[in-house]
Design a protein around this ligand. Structure first.
Ligand code: AMP
Ligand code: MG
Length: 338
């Protein structure tokens, strides 16, 4: 087991985040800064500039908050991919700099695997089906033969990007997902017996895969035809989440596993959590969701995976520390989970 603290740097997209795990692998709350464009989506170069400008101050605040000094850090981990190239490169450059300056090991980790490991640790899951629902990714994942295998995924955009884009069309700034959740639950309060009649949307499940862009266009069309925004937010959540829950259920059935674990920013959503619990309960399985601060992108999960990898003897040499925008969940050997 590593004898010092591990620092984790997350910079795959909209958020720069530093996090720490102590020598026993216990994570501490991360210090994060998220770029919030006045209009439009996330521009990779502008997000990277934000990360570069925010870095020194954020790291200082994290050390102050956690009460440790740089000299107590024994390793530094960073998100090596997948993500936006310019953003990933800022995190990698910071990590290389800290590693050389402090003369400590560098560990490049897979961002998707980090979501899984923090969830497993926080929820005490052994061998779950992971429903990973974030901005750029939507995947159903299971561990098999030393890798986390993708059993199903979105064929177009991630569910979070879909929610953000739909919200942006209504003038709601990034991140739109939490606002859609709020509008839906407010509408539900005044419509306690809702009906999907007149609010139907396509249900894009294709075998074990999903698609979201058609749902978004159809939701926009409902608004154009005069439907209330709250009603459409509710319907959009019901349809998009039900599609995810359906493939997660099929994954549980095919693999015979009995734990479902949620991860990624959209896993903050209370309705999605509820739907997963209902499905799991009906099939005598269990559904788990980590604390919300560990669902959204955060440096603590990167530190935790770095700690685990170091514990299993893996570090990253400088010449292998380049980022990989398209790194896949199943490209990373997983030697610690059985
Ligand atoms: P990540 O890429 O994992 O950091 O997650 C960011 C995504 O999560 C964004 O697309 C957000 O809109 C989405 N998100 C965050 N909170 C919620 C929520 N409560 N409901 C739905 N989506 C959410
Ligand atoms: Mg993420």
């Amino acid at each position: 087991m590593p004898e010092a603290w591990t620092l984790g740097i997350e910079s795959t997209a909209h958020t720069l985040s530093f996090g720490l795990v102590d020598p026993s692998g216990t994570p501490y709350p991360a210090m994060s800064s998220t770029v919030r464009p006045d209009e439009g989506g996330i521009h990779p170069r502008e997000a990277a500039d934000h990360h570069k400008d925010a870095a020194a101050n954020l790291l200082g605040k994290l050390l102050l908050q956690t009460g440790i000094s740089l000299s107590e850090i024994g390793a530094v981990a960073f998100s090596q991919g997948p993500g936006l190239g310019p953003c990933l490169r800022i995190g990698a450059a910071l990590a290389r700099g800290i590693s050389s300056r402090l003369n400590i090991p560098l560990i490049g980790v897979n961002h998707c695997v980090a979501h899984i490991e923090i969830g497993r640790q926080q929820c005490g899951c052994q061998d779950p089906i992971l429903l990973y629902v974030s901005g750029g990714n939507t995947q159903v994942i299971a561990h098999l033969d030393g890798r986390y295998r993708v059993l199903g995924e979105t064929l177009d955009i991630g569910i979070g990007n879909m929610l953000d884009k739909f919200a942006r069309g209504q003038g709601i700034p990034f991140p739109g997902g939490p606002v859609i959740e709020k509008r839906a639950s407010e509408w539900l309060e005044s419509n306690p017996n809702p009906s999907l009649v007149g609010l139907e949307l396509p249900f894009a499940v294709r075998g074990m895969d999903l698609a979201f862009s058609g749902v978004m266009t159809a939701a926009q069309r409902l608004l154009d035809n005069g439907a209330e925004l709250g009603a459409v937010c509710w319907s959009l959540q019901e349809h998009a989440f039900a599609a995810c829950v359906e493939i997660a259920e099929r994954a549980l059935a095919h693999t015979g596993k009995s734990e479902l674990l949620l991860g990624g920013g959209v896993a903050c959503n209370t309705r999605l959590r509820e739907m997963c619990t209902m499905m799991a309960t009906e099939r005598e399985a269990t559904s788990h969701a980590p604390p919300r601060m560990y669902c959204i992108d955060n440096g603590s999960m990167i530190a935790l995976l770095g700690h685990i990898e170091l514990d299993h003897g893996r570090t990253t040499s400088l010449d292998k520390s380049g980022v990989d925008q398209y790194l896949r969940t199943d490209q990373t050997p997983v030697t610690w989970a059985v």
